[in-house]
Design a protein around this ligand. Structure first.
Ligand SMILES: *[C@@H]1O[C@H](CO)[C@@H](O)[C@H](O)[C@H]1NC(C)=O
Length: 462
């Protein structure tokens, strides 16, 4: 027997040395949190944390490793986890990785639950001898948010050989979804079939929490196969999978803005409960538009008021800024403009806009260019652009001035001539008693036109 122990130790040392390359169960560093009595007093429960080592093994035969000198031997535990949930690679990070998995261990007090869908579990009396033991809860969070595991663990009193009795885990620690898509919030559980508690059925529930607001999403009494749904079919579980594989994943049929928040998956055995939290965020990018579009033609020096509207986005965490790319190809920031307050649409999405007074003088703006509105949002950065056209304007040259005077003179002459023609042709018509309907007046008026123009011209020469 001692020979086998020696072999196990060598194997374990080899596995530890190989590190993540081997699929060995890890030795977890864990903070044992316990309340300190007699200090501080009052309602604030003072706690202290003691560094502990958890040696995870799939069966009870492998020997625990020797404790490092800086950890007291009574702080080294062996945990038997037959399904190996605690052997996940997320709890066994590569050597030298900065992000470490987290582990916390607390004492656990088995007690019956008053919840309506859990209470039937403790109807039949269970031997209290089994409950009289040391119970712990151990919570692990893998690095990079890959995994959360919550275990209820039992040890015969004063023993450091522990057994996982109930294990709940999720591989979707934080979920992002766009609006309208189906969402899967993962939750799996395992119960020790050799435990007298697992023969009496289980119950599970999903609760929702957001900024202090909590409510039940679904609850399921696995003993009587009774389902409580508070979401009018928005959320569902696959009950066959729940019973067969311990897959308690929650499916939201269609993501809505008000679904953002924390979801707690809690699994109950008689007197025991373990739970994990999944965070869901609905992230919908904004649609951007600039008004007016297209921009009106601007005269140099004229200020244009431009508005950028971002709509249909969630969550409410948006920054708008303006950029201008001049004809010279240089891009410059024009700041944030003045942001308006936000509005919320019927579907819970937000809209917000920014107003910019665009001065078309200086800073290379006078030749026009491209104006962009940039939105920075958890969904990413996006932008929309409009073209700024400024009328080219320069001081007139001497030739231009002369031409303008010429045009003015011609115009003056034309006006003068037309007014003279009208008055004199009326006189002529009366003098010659010409019938308005005959053709003569036409010839006559052409004649008078020419004569009049000549006279006017002569007058102007004198
Ligand atoms: C649990 O069920 C969902 C669908 O209901 C599935 O997508 C998921 O992969 C299952 N999880 C496991 C661990 O089998």
């Amino acid at each position: 027997m001692t020979d086998f122990g020696w072999i196990y130790r060598v194997l374990l040392a080899a596995a530890c040395w190989l590190g993540p390359a081997g699929s060995s169960c890890p030795v977890l560093e864990c903070w044992f949190v316990q309340e300190v009595s007699g200090r501080g007093g009052g309602l604030t429960g003072a706690t202290n944390q003691i560094r502990s080592l958890l040696h995870i093994r799939r069966d009870a035969h492998s020997q625990p490793p020797r404790a490092p000198s800086d950890i007291e031997p009574e702080r080294v535990f062996s945990i038997t986890d037959p399904v190996g949930t605690l052997c996940h690679s997320a709890l066994n990070p590569p050597m030298g990785s900065i992000k470490k998995p987290q582990c916390e261990m607390n004492r656990f007090l088995p007690q019956p639950s008053p919840l309506k869908w859990v209470a039937p579990l403790t109807d039949s009396a269970i031997s209290p001898v089994y409950l009289q033991a040391d119970w712990f809860s151990v919570s692990n969070q893998g690095f990079n948010d890959q995994l959360i595991i919550s275990n209820v663990i039992r040890a015969p009193t004063a023993s450091r050989e522990l057994d996982v009795i109930l294990s709940v885990s999720t591989r979707t620690v934080s979920v992002q979804s766009r609006l309208g898509e189906p969402v899967l919030l993962d939750c799996s559980f395992w119960t020790d079939p050799s435990s007298p508690l697992s023969g009496s059925g289980f119950a599970l529930e999903w609760r929702y929490q957001f900024r202090g607001d909590g409510r039940l999403v679904v609850a399921y009494d696995g003993k009587t196969d009774h389902f409580v749904d508070t979401q009018e079919g928005e959320a569902t579980l696959d009950f066959e999978d729940v019973h067969k594989n311990g897959n308690a994943s929650l499916i939201l049929r269609e993501a809505k803005v008000h679904h953002s928040g924390k979801y707690i998956c809690a699994v109950y055995l008689p007197y025991l409960v373990a739970q994990v939290t999944v965070e869901l965020e609905i992230v919908e990018p904004p649609s951007l538009s600039i008004h007016p579009s297209p921009l009106p033609l601007a005269v140099p020096g004229q200020a244009l008021t431009v508005q950028c509207e971002a709509s249909g986005f969630a969550p409410l965490s948006l920054e708008l800024s303006w950029r201008f790319k001049g004809a010279d190809g240089k891009s410059r920031s024009l700041g944030a403009g003045s942001m308006t307050g936000h509005r919320q649409a019927w579907d819970g999405t937000y809209s917000q806009s920014s107003r910019l007074e665009l001065e078309t003088t200086g800073m290379g703006l006078s030749k026009g260019g491209e104006l962009s509105c940039v939105a920075t949002h958890p969904s990413g950065t996006q932008q929309t652009s409009v073209t700024v056209n400024v009328i080219a304007f320069s001081t007139p040259s001497i030739e231009d001035s002369m031409a303008m005077v010429g045009v003015a003179l011609v115009l003056y002459g034309l006006i003068k001539f037309i007014s003279w023609t009208f008055t004199s042709s009326e006189k002529q018509l009366k003098k010659y008693k010409i019938n308005c309907c005959s053709l003569k007046p036409l010839k006559l008026s052409i004649f008078t036109l020419i004569m009049g123009f000549h006279e006017e011209w002569c007058n102007s020469r004198v």
